[in-house]
Design a protein around this ligand. Structure first.
Ligand SMILES: CC(C)(COP(=O)(O)OP(=O)(O)OC[C@H]1O[C@@H](n2cnc3c(N)ncnc32)[C@H](O)[C@@H]1OP(=O)(O)O)[C@@H](O)C(=O)NCCC(=O)NCCS
Length: 208
């Protein structure tokens, strides 16, 4: 595995592992590659995952699962990370910063731990923090917002715990299980975030 080891150098740790950009404690983030599409195909056929995302639950062919991803990867204003479990280096999900606007310094966050067996182990919380670290610290974004459906209790819990603030509610804007639900909008500002990893790597003094 090729990994940036925390002081900006690249270290060879294990020849078979994935390429890693940001090393966390329990998970790590690396580029979400086109070759990861088969995993995405699995996750986007899981009703338990899809009901929390902007997808209609149901059967998705390879083409339908991969086509939104092609657009996502191709768009220069999007950032997409694969989330790897450090114990075994399995790809368990993805996190994104969408609509990265370098003039207004804003972006929208999204995440899915698509491997349901990997949920509830603290991975989503840590992946959120590391993705925010990329947005705020590496890209210099000031405002990161997200949307979460009102029935996503776990999502709401971790976003509130990490310091996202609710900025509004779009009422009855998500159909799920035969009922319309609210969409909650939340945001975080850069000065409300403490960088866990990248500040010390990106500091101009890091190589001195
Ligand atoms: C939402 C998601 C990213 C969270 O990641 P995760 O790895 O499962 O979550 P974590 O293990 O990091 O944290 C779960 C937290 O929710 C809490 N929790 C669990 N069940 C809960 C419930 N019913 N109500 C409120 N909180 C709950 C846990 O106690 C834990 O909090 P704690 O660390 O303070 O104890 C992940 O579950 C996921 O991808 N879900 C499907 C897609 C999705 O919802 N994406 C987000 C769309 S906005």
């Amino acid at each position: 595995m090729t990994v940036f080891d925390g002081i900006g150098q690249i270290g060879e740790v294990n020849g078979d592992g994935p390429l890693i950009n940001i090393l966390g404690e329990k998970i790590a983030l690396g580029p979400f590659e086109r070759e990861n599409a088969p995993d995405l195909h699995l996750w986007l056929n899981d009703y338990a995952v899809m009901r929390m995302l902007d997808f209609l639950p149901g059967p998705r062919t390879h083409e339908r699962a991969e086509s939104p991803w092609d657009g996502l990867l191709a768009a220069e204003d999007n950032v997409a990370f694969g989330i790897y479990e450090r114990a075994g280096w399995k790809l368990i999900g993805f996190s994104v910063l969408l609509y990265v606007d370098h003039i207004n310094r804003s972006a929208e966050f999204g995440i899915a731990i698509g491997d349901v067996a990997a949920q509830g182990k603290g991975y989503g919380t840590e992946a959120t923090v590391l993705t925010l670290d990329h947005g705020f610290t590496a890209l210099g974004i000031t405002n990161i917002m997200l949307r979460v459906f009102e029935y996503n209790r776990v999502g709401l819990h971790i976003y509130e715990k990490l310091g996202f603030r609710k900025i509004g509610t779009r009422r009855k804007s998500k159909m799920m299980g035969g009922k319309l639900w609210d969409t909650i909008y939340m945001e975080m500002l850069a000065d409300e975030f403490e960088s866990p990893v990248l500040r010390k790597i990106l500091s101009p003094q890091a190589s001195l």
